[in-house]
Design a protein around this ligand. Structure first.
Ligand code: SF4
Length: 739
């Protein structure tokens, strides 16, 4: 394994050279000349893929000459990106050739976390995992096996859990990210919001976001549509305690006191109703509970909201007027990572209500209708669904579907599963598979994370890097990167539904395999006789249903559904239906009431920081995805190496801190690694902000480890939204210490 020897100067020099050699523009367009040259170049291998540097899944074409991948280019026909890639997408080549990648299976030899492993063959590592898992099942039952997974291969591991018959799967994309959004939208409109981000932003006249830093936390298609709308004249209204890149481009930036968003939303609802700025026809025809809503927000005037939020009443009124002027070609986005203050589902309910008052459902510039492909996605392996067939019903550890009635069982609750393992309740969980996910960077508290892993008899990680989670694992399987893998064809919903194709751009560079192959081997070694189809078999079944040949996908990478129902049914004069108890948009949620929650969102003031405290806020940079890309030299070259903590000027002066000083963030007896202070008036005085994904403890990711910075996961709160069961990270208060 590589040792940490690089000086900061050396790092900066080599990073700059690498970046210059590669040039990472935001867009790279395919030229006719390069297409013609490609045809004549016999040594050139062109393959299709989808980018997995984040989970948006942009279509990408990879160019390989004489065995080396040298260029990635956005697929022009892919509805996720229409020919564009972001910086992270372009830097997928660095990940492929990163010397820090895992190269062989490893088995732990030292203590957990000590970093001592020996290389193993697949046969040996798989036998080790199969034997230990079977032993645990024999002793504790099937539910003793757990899975936390994120990425294309998660479906392979979900298959493994289904074969075993354990319900204890958690997909962090729900509990640590979008869970409250999906549930809040479902309660209001009778359908989840989905990761399509279904705002028709390119045609919108006014867009509003609460803390969704859409111009910085880039997902190419979404960011493209927003900027296209803005270029055509759409107003942008942005609510955030911090002057982010999105705030910088906004027509109105509301510098809100953190934790008070719901008060602002209720103030807006009050004003829109009383000033009669709402769409009367839409509300009369399609909404239920308007009178109750009006009554409920009676006291939440803009002036009341100003006192709570620090956003002036006049600004609140202006925002409402702008939205109403644009309606129904306007949209208020419900955000993405809704794991903030614990009342996040009610936040989304309030945003859903605001949109309903604008009458923008299924209209150009509002929300479009999501369509899907008319095919059945085949399973790669035969599975006996024991519970479905009346077999053994095993209680879930995380309470999804029971204590947290609305939390979907197929997505689970990571935070609750982890707590259950720690407490041994309702039964011992002794085996965990972690696929493509780094628990230490999104489960609050490093020490608790270690204690949880220590409760296990077997911790298995499958990843591209030796992450912190891998560091604490007993067995590590090195996954092939997406540029080395074949995966089953992806079937996508959206404004323009499509299928996407992945083929290897190069043979695996090292002794790595994909998740599907690995899972089949583990299942068979455990003694399961289930039939596994090949990826080619699955692809053929999909192609047969579509009636197209593989050549279409080999050429374009995607196949977009040629005809489908309209995407703006309301504007097309069709009658709208909503899958809610009332059959209407529920301003008053019957379901919420039945479950004992407020049927109309109500504001309760959160605990606020003391004078010497700050609320800890964190978020993404445009150059990085979660904690996955901080070892990528090309991406590191795009920012200035120093990891900055945004600190409000007034409080910084009291602490004697100036921009450029080294500081640490302190929470109780925990202290972060060093950060560089950025003292500014552009953040609310209650908060500090740090970028996510730093403060690393694994030395096996050399560059990421060499960077300073704080790990928000080690400092944030571990609260829960009682409706969705999702996490609440921003309840924590911290202090700042000058180094
Ligand atoms: S948004 Fe960027 S990183 Fe994400 S899939 Fe697209 S190109 Fe890749």
């Amino acid at each position: 394994m590589a040792s940490i020897k690089m000086s900061r100067r050396g790092f900066l020099n080599t990073a700059a050279i690498s970046a210059a050699a590669m040039s990472v523009p935001f867009t790279l367009k395919r030229s006719a000349a390069s297409d013609n040259n490609a045809k004549e170049d016999k040594k050139l291998h062109i393959s299709q893929n989808w980018c997995e540097m984040c989970f948006w899944g942009c279509g990408v074409t990879a160019y390989n000459r004489e065995g080396r991948v040298f260029k990635l280019e956005g697929q022009p026909k892919c509805p996720k990106n229409y020919g564009k890639l972001c910086a992270r997408g372009n830097s997928g080549i660095y990940q492929l050739y990163d010397p820090d990648r895992l190269k062989k299976p490893l088995i732990r030899t030292g203590k957990r976390g000590e970093g001592k492993f020996r290389e193993a063959t697949y046969e040996e590592a798989i036998s080790y995992v199969a034997d230990k898992t079977n032993k645990a099942i024999k002793e504790y039952g099937k539910g003793t096996v757990s899975l936390i997974a994120h990425g294309s291969g998660e479906h392979a591991f979900i298959n493994l859990m289904s074969i075993i018959g354990s319900p204890n799967t958690a997909i962090p994309a729900y509990s640590q990210c979008t869970g409250s959004r999906e549930i809040g939208w479902f309660l209001t409109y009778g359908r989840p919001y989905t990761g399509n981000e279904p705002i028709d932003a390119a045609n919108s006249k006014c867009l509003m976001f609460f803390g969704r830093n859409v111009l910085e936390a880039v997902m190419v298609g979404e960011t493209q549509r927003v900027t296209e709308g803005m270029a055509k004249g759409a107003k942008l209204i942005y609510v955030d305690p911090r002057y982010s890149k999105t705030a910088a481009k906004a027509d109105i930036w509301a510098k809100i006191k953190p934790g008070t968003d719901l008060a602002l939303m209720l103030g807006m609802i009050n004003y829109i109703i009383n000033a009669k700025l709402y769409n009367i026809d839409f509300v009369d025809k399609y909404c239920s509970g308007f009178d109750e809503l009006k009554q409920s927000v009676k006291k939440n005037t803009p002036e009341w909201a100003e006192k709570e939020t620090n956003v002036p009443a006049e600004t609140i009124k202006n925002i409402c007027q702008e939205l109403s002027n644009a309606a129904p070609s306007c949209a208020i986005g419900p955000g993405r990572r809704l794991t903030r203050y614990g009342d996040d589902t009610q936040h989304v309910r309030a945003i859903g209500i605001l949109n309903a008052l604008m009458g923008n459902w299924y209209t150009p510039g509002g929300f479009y209708k999501i369509s899907k492909m008319d095919i059945v996605t085949p399973h790669i392996c035969e599975i006996e669904h024991t519970e479905v067939k009346g077999g053994e019903k095993i209680e879930r550890v995380d309470g999804a579907g029971s204590e947290y009635r609305l939390a979907p069982k197929n997505l689970g609750l990571e935070n609750k599963l982890m707590k259950g393992i720690l407490q041994g309740e309702p039964y011992p969980v002794k085996v965990m598979f972690a696929y493509g996910t780094n628990l230490f960077q999104h489960y609050p508290d490093y020490e608790e994370c270690k204690q949880i892993i220590d409760k296990l008899d077997l911790m298995v990680t499958c990843d591209v890097y030796l992450t912190e989670t891998a560091l604490y694992s007993d067995v590590i399987f090195p996954e092939s990167t997406y540029l080395e893998r074949k995966d089953p064809i992806g079937v996508m919903t959206g404004k323009y539904p499509y299928v996407k194709y992945r083929e290897p751009a190069t043979a695996p560079l090292y002794n790595t395999i994909g998740a599907y192959e690995l899972v089949e081997k583990i299942a068979k070694k455990m003694g399961y006789k289930n039939h596994f189809k090949t990826i080619d078999d699955v692809n053929k079944e999909i192609l047969d249903q579509l009636g197209i040949s593989i050549d279409v996908l080999k050429k374009d990478g995607v196949y977009v559904k040629p005809t489908f129902e309209g995407i703006y049914p309301q504007a097309e004069g069709k009658d709208l239906k909503f899958n809610t108890p009332s059959g209407k948009v529920e301003l008053y949620s019957v379901f919420c009431e039945k479950l004992g929650f407020d049927p109309i969102p109500k504001y309760t003031r959160h605990k606020m920081p003391k004078d010497d405290e700050f609320r800890l806020l964190f978020g993404r940079q445009s150059y990085h995805t979660h904690a996955r890309t901080q070892n990528n030299r090309w991406l590191l070259a795009l920012h200035d190496f120093e990891i900055k903590a945004w600190i409000p000027a007034k409080k910084a002066a009291r602490l004697g801190i100036m921009t450029g000083n080294k500081v640490r963030i302190v929470k109780g007896d925990k202290k972060s690694r060093e950060l560089t202070a950025y003292v500014t008036d552009e953040i609310h005085e209650d908060a500090i902000f740090i970028p996510h994904g730093y403060g690393r403890i694994t030395k096996f990711m050399e560059l990421a480890y060499a960077m300073d910075g704080a790990s928000d996961a080690n400092l944030c709160s571990n609260g829960t939204d009682p409706i969705s069961g999702a996490s609440a990270f921003h309840q924590a208060f911290v202090k700042i210490e000058k180094v």
